[in-house]
Write a protein that binds this ligand. Structure first.
Ligand SMILES: *Cc1c(COP(=O)(O)O)cnc(C)c1O
Length: 366
């Protein structure tokens, strides 16, 4: 296979072990003589994958039985409307730290009053706003813990006076999280936990089924109501309808891989190492500058541009890096420059290769 270092922002690099195990299961699933994609999702073997995948989530993030864990089709974007549909009685507060956060707030507007408590749009979302106040009458406060496009991150569990809801699509399982501080966490799988097609939703049970007056005016469609999926689990029927079996299976294998590597604390340690290595080079190298505020830098997505006066070298560096096997380092069009996404499955050798490439390029242009 061609040597490539994959820095794509999502979909992105997966553990090789998870990919290989999935290929095997597609050929033949669980000694049945039938492939994973061809078998009924009501077979005991598949039920077992569902329950083991849930158990792995519980184990890896220490999720208490007060929370339901749902695997829903559609991306994180589907949760932008499903969250307010289920949790909003009248009003919700949002922290606008990027376009994903903005899109989430836009959907919430369909269900009630939305208060944007702060936004960093003024500086292309290059920092996380501080010193905002959360209205006490909000049904929940929504944050995006990692801003994939801009490389900023809220890398701690904040204190919140109302129910805290977090889009953790691009940093879940990269650090231990105190789940009990959140009412709901959701994450599209295709950054840290699998391929596109499934979103994990971790929701505190007591929050469900209480949408106030809306219950009478606009009852929820069955599928949109989280309880449809939660209650199915309680009755020991782990699926309301056909789940995205392929995406869930890769997630299952990815969680097994995380566990075998030492769990979430080990992922955190690796993330710190990879990230430090790259930021050190961005800060040291005279040709480049980072774009995100240092105190808010993400350990998942790293954004940088050419240093002032060196802008003309941008295309040349892109070609130079490409020749050396770097894939997916073009920055998002709204930020420009470069972005390297270093998710859980990104090997340290990939970062070493990128850093070496940046150093070599600097030597050529000193
Ligand atoms: C990628 C991403 C999304 C969108 O996910 P889809 O699964 O494509 O809908 C939402 N939020 C964050 C933080 C993301 O990184």
């Amino acid at each position: 296979m061609k040597q490539a270092y994959n820095f794509n922002a999502g979909p992105c690099v997966l553990p090789r072990e998870a990919v290989e195990a999935t290929i095997e299961a597609i050929r033949e699933f669980d000694n049945t003589g039938i492939g994973l994609l061809e078998i009924s999702h009501r077979t005991p073997g598949w039920e077992k994958v569902m329950s083991e995948t849930r158990a792995l989530w519980r184990e890896l993030l220490h999720i208490s039985p007060e929370y339901e864990i749902l695997f829903l089709g559609g991306g994180a974007s589907t949760q932008f409307f499903t969250v307010p549909a289920n949790l909003m009685k009248k009003k919700a507060a949002y922290l606008q730290t990027g376009v994903w956060a903005k899109k989430a707030a836009k959907e919430a507007n369909l269900f009630g009053e939305v208060k944007i408590v702060a936004s960093s749009e003024d500086k292309t979302y290059s920092y996380i706003p501080k010193n905002y106040s959360i209205p006490m009458d909000a049904d929940y406060f929504h944050i995006t813990t990692n801003n994939t496009i801009y490389g900023t991150e809220i890398r701690r569990d904040i204190d919140c006076p109302v129910t805290l809801v977090a889009d953790m699509s691009s940093d879940i399982l990269s650090r231990p999280v105190n789940v009990s501080k959140y009412g709901l966490i959701y994450a599209g799988a295709q950054k840290n936990v699998g391929p596109a097609g499934v979103t994990v939703v971790i929701v505190r049970k007591d929050l469900l089924g209480n949408i106030g007056f809306r219950q009478y005016m606009n009852p929820l469609p069955t599928f949109v109501d989280y309880r449809t999926h939660a209650i199915a689990e309680e009755k020991n029927i782990s699926m309301f309808n056909t789940p995205p079996v392929f995406a869930i299976y890769v997630m299952y294998q990815t969680l097994k891989w995380v566990k075998s590597k030492g769990g979430v604390p080990a992922m955190e340690e690796l993330a710190r190492k990879r990230s430090e290595m790259l930021y050190n080079e961005i800060d040291r190298n005279s040709l480049f500058v980072g774009t995100a505020a240092k105190e808010d830098r993400s350990v998942m997505n790293h954004c940088w541009v050419m240093a002032p006066g060196k802008e003309a070298l941008q295309d040349e560096f892109m070609a130079f890096a490409k020749e050396r096997g770097m894939v997916g380092i073009k920055g998002h069009r709204s930020v420009g420059g470069f972005r390297a996404s270093l998710y859980n499955a990104c090997p340290i050798e990939a970062v070493e290769a990128l850093v070496a490439c940046m150093q070599e390029f600097e030597k050529l242009h000193k």
